[in-house]
Design a protein. Structure first.
Ligand code: BGC
Length: 909
C-alpha cells in the first residue's frame, strides 16, 4: 500500500474569545505496512548483551522504533498510534539454531500482548555458563515486523559449587607500607602462567577483587573498566564480574595478571575511628578462568596458593582520599606475560572470603566516560604550576612527561584556588589528594592513577621537568558506564548553565553507588542526598541498575531490629534513626517503578521497608507524632555568610514536623504498594495508620491564624505536597507570601527544596518557581553559577562558609529542580509507570521563550520542543512506539494521542 499523508488544520474556538486559541495539527495516516519500524535495543535485565548474569529468570525488553518521518498519528482521540499487539521471543543455545528459528531454550510462541518491557523468561531452566542467543518479532497496529537483530546474554556461576577458585591475598603489610590513620598500602600484583593445549572456542574470566582490581591476560587488559568491582558491604555481598577473553588466549603458554588496589575494602582511614569506620581487611582475589576448546573439552585456571605475588611493584601506595604513588623505576616489565622470572615473588595466602554472598554485578561497571582538555597552566610560584581544567570534575589527569630517571612529579588536586593563586585544600579536610609519579627516564612517559579518583578543577604540579604545557595533560572523567538519556536546553542561558552544572555534579558522584561528594575525606553514599534527587537524575542518566543495586546495599545494611543507616553501604556506622535519610529506600523504589516501570525493587524490598517503618513507629511514635529526627531541613541558607548551619529559629523547621510528615508519606506509599502486591491487610492497616498520623500532625502543627508550626516554607510545603492539609489554598498562600517576602529567594534546605519547584508550579505559581530558578542573588543556584561554580555546591553560601563542610560538588541542594525542568518546563512526565502513558504538560513562564528537551524513556525517545514567537506558541512532540500520551495545552481539553510526531500551534496566551 502506498503511504498516504495529509496536513490538516483544526481550529478550536477558544472558550474565551480574547485568547482565540487554535491548533494546527499536522498528521499523517500511518503507512500501511510496518517497513519503517524496527524492534531494537534488546535488553536482558536492563543491560545490553550482559555476560555472566545470575538472574535465573531474566526479564527481556525491547523498543519499537520508527525511522524517518513516516510514522505519524493515526487518529485523534482514539489513541491508536503504534501499538504492539503480540510478540514472539526465541532463545537458542547457539547462533545457528537462532538463525534457523529454533528456540531450543525458549520459544514463547506468538503471545497476544502489548507488553514490550520486562517479559519474564519462561524457557528451560538456565544452567551456569550457558550463552543464550535471542531475538524477537512483534506485531503492531501497523502490521507484522521483521525479526530483530540477535542479542545475547550469558549465565554466570549460579551455584556456590561452581567456584573452584580460592580466595587469595596476604594478610600483612610490607616494610614500605604503613597501616595507620593515613594508611599507605602498595598495590599487590598476582600472576599465574598456564597452557592452552588446543584451539579455544570460548574463554571467560570470572573475577572478584575487592576493593579494586585490574586484570590482564598476556599483557592485554580484559576490559576497559576502571575501579571495578562495585563497592558493597563486603561482609554482606561481594560482586563478581565476567569478561569474555576468548581472543586473549593463545595456543601454548599464557599468563594472567591481576593488580589489587584498596578501594573501600582496605579502608582509607583504618585504625582511626574503629566504631565509626568499617574495615574489611587486606585486598583479596577470587578468580576463575574457564576455557572451552573447539573439541568440547574444558580446562580452568583458578586462584589458589600456587599463584605468585609481589607488592614491590610500581604502585607504592593507593588511597582514595590521599592519592596514588607510582614509581615507574619499579615497573615489572612483562610481569603479566608468559616467561616472566617470578622466582623471587611470594606465594599468596589462602584467605577467608570477605563473608558476603557472591553474586554477579548487575549494575554497569565504571569507565572513563569523557575527556576534558585543560584550559590553562600557569606558574603560581617558582616551579609550581596550576592546571585549570575549566570544569570541576571527578576522575584524574593523565600526564605526559619526559625527564630523568628518579625525578618526581607531585600532583595535588583541589576545587578552587586561594587568593595567592595556589590550590585551596582547606575544604578537603584531611584528604591529601596527592598523586606522585616517579619517572623511569625512558623518553615520553604517559601516566594516570588507576585505583584512586579525585574531585577537582585545579591541579597543582610540582617537580615537572621543564615547563608543563596544556597539551601534556588531559582530564579523564570517571563514572558509571551509563548513558546520558536526557537533554534539556532552553532560551535562558543561566538555566542552561545550572543544568550543565547539575549534570557534572551527578556524573562526578556516581561511583558504583551515589556518593555525597568526590573530593574530601568523605565520599560517602549518604541516603538523604538522593531521596528526591534520584528522580531528577533519572531524567539525565540511565541510572536504573545503579539505584536498584543501591537498594540492595541499603537492605544489606539493615540491622536485625529494622533500623536503617544514613549511609549505605554502611562504611560509616551511622544509625541515627530518622525518617528523611533512610526514607530514600522507599522513594527510590518508587522512582524505579515510575520512571523505569520496574516493580521488582518494590516486591523485593517491601518486607524490609515494612520492618523499618514498624521499627521506627514502635520506637519513636508518641501521640501520633514521629518525634525522632536528626538532620532537620539540612543546610537551609544561614543568616550569616560564614555559618554552615543556621542558628536562627525562624529559619529552622521542627524536626518532629518533618519526621511525621514523611512518616505519613511513607505510610501512604506502603499502602498503595500493598494494594498493588495484593497484601490486602497491609493495604488497609497502612491507610489507617496514615490517617491517624495525618490527624495527629494537623492537631499538633496546624496554627489557627497562619500555616504550620513556625510557618517556614518547608513546614507548609511538606503537608501540602503530601496531601495532609485540608485547606491547601491557605497553606499555599503562606508559602507564596514567604517566598515573595524573601525577594523570590529560596529559604529551604535539603528537605524543603525537594518539593519546592513542583509545589509552586502545581499549586498555581509557576512564575515564582521560574524566578527562583533564574535568580542570581544569594541564595540561589544562579548565585553559585555567577560565582563561577561549574557544579552544585553543598551550601547555598559555598563561597564564604567555613571549609569544615563546604564541598563544591554535592547534588543534594538540587532538590526537585531537574524534575521540574523535565516535568513542568518541557512537560514530560510518566502517567503510567515507565512512560507507558506520558503526561505532556508544559508550563510556559513569562521570560522563557523556548525549551528543547528529549528523554530516552524505556519505550523510546520522547521529544518536547516549544517556542514562543510573534505572539504564537508552537510545540513539537514525539511519542515513542507502544506508548501513548495525554497532551495538555492551556485552555484546551486534554487530548489523547498515540506514538508519532506532532506539531501544535496556538496564539500565545
Ligand atoms: C554529607 C552530606 C550528608 C550529611 C548528613 C554531610 O557531611 O556530605 O551529604 O547528607 O553529612 O549529615
Amino acid at each position: 500500500m502506498r503511504p498516504k499523508c495529509f496536513v490538516c488544520t483544526l481550529i478550536f474556538p477558544g472558550d474565551n474569545m480574547r485568547t482565540h486559541v487554535y491548533y494546527m495539527i499536522l498528521f499523517f495516516l500511518a503507512v500501511g505496512r510496518a517497513g519503517a519500524q524496527r524492534v531494537e535495543l534488546l535488553q536482558c535485565e536492563q543491560l545490553t548483551d550482559p555476560l555472566g548474569i545470575d538472574v535465573r529468570a531474566p526479564r527481556l525488553s525491547w523498543q519499537i522504533a520508527t525511522s524517518g518521518p513516516a510514522q505519524r498519528r493515526e487518529d485523534i482521540g482514539g489513541v491508536k498510534g503504534l501499538r504492539q499487539t503480540a510478540y514472539e521471543v526465541l532463545v537458542a543455545s547457539s547462533p545457528a539454531l537462532l538463525e534457523a528459528g529454533k528456540g531450543d531454550l525458549w520459544h514463547s510462541g506468538k503471545v497476544a500482548s502489548d507488553q514490550s518491557r520486562m517479559i519474564l523468561y519462561k524457557g528451560v531452566p538456565l544452567r551456569s555458563r550457558i550463552t543464550c542467543y535471542w531475538k524477537v518479532r512483534v506485531w503492531t497496529s501497523a502490521g507484522e515486523m521483521e525479526w530483530s537483530a540477535p542479542a545475547v546474554w550469558s549465565m554466570g556461576l549460579l551455584e556456590p559449587t561452581d567456584w573452584k577458585a580460592k580466595w587469595i591475598g596476604y594478610e600483612h603489610g610490607f616494610p614500605w607500607d604503613s597501616v595507620s590513620k593515613f594508611s599507605r598500602l602498595s598495590a599487590r600484583y598476582f600472576r599465574k602462567e598456564f597452557q592452552a593445549a588446543k584451539a579455544v572456542r570460548r574463554a571467560t574470566v570470572y573475577i572478584a577483587g575487592p576493593g579494586h582490581y585490574e586484570c590482564s591476560i598476556n599483557g592485554q587488559r580484559v576490559s576497559n573498566q576502571v575501579l571495578a568491582e562495585a563497592p558493597t558491604d563486603y561482609t554482606k555481598s561481594v560482586k563478581y564480574n565476567a569478561f569474555d577473553v576468548t581472543k586473549e588466549i593463545r595456543p601454548g603458554a599464557n599468563a594472567i595478571g591481576v593488580v589489587l588496589g584498596n578501594g573501600r575494602f582496605f579502608t582509607m582511614r583504618p585504625k582511626y575511628k574503629p566504631k565509626k569506620i568499617k574495615e574489611f581487611g587486606f585486598p583479596r582475589l577470587l578468580l576463575q578462568l574457564e576455557i572451552e576448546y573447539n573439541d568440547g573439552s574444558r580446562s580452568s585456571v583458578v586462584s589458589d596458593d600456587n599463584w605468585k605475588f609481589t607488592a614491590d611493584g610500581p604502585i607504592r601506595s593507593n588511597n582514595e582520599y590521599d592519592g596514588e604513588e607510582y614509581d615507574a623505576t619499579r615497573e615489572l616489565k612483562g610481569w603479566d606475560r608468559p616467561g616472566y622470572a617470578d622466582a623471587r615473588w611470594l606465594h599468596p595466602e589462602q584467605v577467608p572470603s570477605p563473608g558476603g554472598r557472591l553474586t554477579a554485578q548487575m549494575n554497569e561497571l565504571i569507565a572513563v566516560k569523557k575527556i576534558v582538555s585543560p584550559v590553562s597552566v600557569l606558574e603560581s610560584r617558582p616551579g609550581v604550576y596550576i592546571l585549570d581544567m575549566g570544569q570541576n570534575m571527578a576522575g584524574w589527569v593523565q600526564m605526559k612527561v619526559k625527564g630523568q630517571r628518579g625525578q618526581r612529579v607531585v600532583l595535588r588536586y583541589g576545587e578552587t584556588l586561594q587568593k595567592d593563586g595556589d590550590i585551596y585544600t582547606a575544604n578537603l579536610r584531611d584528604a591529601r589528594v596527592t598523586d606522585i609519579y616517579t619517572l623511569k627516564g625512558e623518553g615520553e612517559e604517559v601516566w594516570h592513577p588507576v585505583f584512586v579518583f579525585h574531585g577537582f578543577r585545579y591541579v597543582s604540579i610540582e617537580g615537572y621537568p621543564g615547563k608543563p604545557a596544556v597539551a601534556d595533560f588531559e582530564g579523564q572523567v570517571v563514572y558509571d558506564d551509563i548513558p546520558t538519556i536526557g537533554e534539556f536546553r532552553c532560551s535562558d542561558t543561566l538555566l542552561n548553565r545550572i543544568y550543565r552544572n547539575a549534570w557534572w555534579g551527578i556524573a562526578s558522584n556516581y561511583k558504583g553507588m551515589p556518593m555525597d561528594c568526590p573530593q574530601r575525606n568523605e565520599r560517602m553514599p549518604w541516603l538523604g542526598d538522593r531521596t528526591t534527587g534520584a528522580l531528577g537524575e533519572s531524567y539525565l542518566f540511565g541510572n536504573e541498575n545503579l539505584y536498584a543495586k543501591w537498594l540492595d546495599d541499603i537492605e544489606d545494611s539493615q540491622k536485625p531490629d529494622g533500623s536503617l543507616p544514613d549511609v549505605a553501604p554502611a562504611y560509616w556506622n551511622y544509625y541515627s534513626d530518622n525518617m528523611t535519610w533512610p526514607g530514600a529506600y522507599l522513594t527510590i523504589a518508587e522512582m524505579l517503578y515510575q520512571q523505569f516501570g520496574d516493580r521488582r525493587p518494590i516486591e523485593r524490598h517491601y518486607a524490609s521497608m515494612k520492618k523499618w517503618l514498624t521499627y521506627m513507629s514502635g520506637k519513636y511514635l508518641r501521640d501520633g507524632i514521629l518525634w525522632k529526627d536528626k538532620y532537620g531541613d539540612w543546610c537551609v541558607p544561614p543568616e550569616s555568610p560564614k555559618l554552615i548551619h543556621s542558628k536562627d529559629s525562624s529559619r529552622i523547621t521542627d524536626g518532629a514536623l518533618i519526621a511525621t510528615a514523611y512518616y505519613y508519606h511513607f505510610l501512604e506509599l506502603m499502602s498503595r504498594w500493598a494494594g498493588m502486591l495484593h497484601r490486602d491487610d497491609d493495604h488497609v492497616t497502612f491507610a489507617a495508620l496514615a490517617e491517624k498520623a495525618r490527624s495527629a500532625f494537623n492537631r499538633k502543627f496546624r496554627t489557627p491564624d497562619a500555616g504550620y508550626s513556625n510557618n517556614t516554607v518547608t513546614a507548609n510545603l511538606l503537608p501540602l505536597s503530601f496531601g495532609m492539609a485540608s485547606d491547601s489554598e491557605r497553606v499555599f498562600r503562606q508559602i507564596v507570601d514567604k517566598v515573595v517576602k524573601d525577594g523570590d529567594h529560596i529559604s529551604t534546605g535539603v528537605i524543603g527544596t525537594q518539593w519546592l519547584m513542583r509545589g509552586l508550579t502545581r499549586f498555581g505559581r509557576p512564575d515564582l518557581a521560574w524566578r527562583i530558578a533564574t535568580n542570581t542573588t544569594y541564595p540561589s543556584w544562579g548565585y553559585m553559577a555567577e560565582r563561577g561554580a561549574t557544579t552544585i555546591w553543598e551550601l547555598w553560601n559555598g563561597d564564604s562558609a567555613d571549609p569544615a563542610m563546604n564541598s563544591h560538588n554535592h547534588v543534594m541542594l538540587l532538590g526537585d529542580l531537574l524534575t521540574w525542568l523535565y516535568e513542568d518546563l518541557a512537560g514530560i512526565a510518566p502517567m503510567e509507570p515507565g512512560f507507558r502513558v506520558i503526561r505532556m504538560k508544559p508550563c510556559f513562564p513569562e521570560g522563557l521563550s523556548s525549551v528543547e528537551a528529549s528523554y530516552r524513556s524505556p519505550y523510546g525517545l520522547i521529544v518536547s520542543r516549544w517556542k514562543k514567537e510573534g505572539g504564537r506558541l508552537s510545540w513539537d512532540i514525539t511519542i515513542p512506539g507502544n506508548a501513548s500520551a495525554e497532551v495538555y495545552l492551556p485552555g484546551r481539553p486534554v487530548e489523547k494521542i498515540g506514538a508519532g510526531s506532532y506539531h501544535f500551534e496556538m496564539d500565545h496566551l
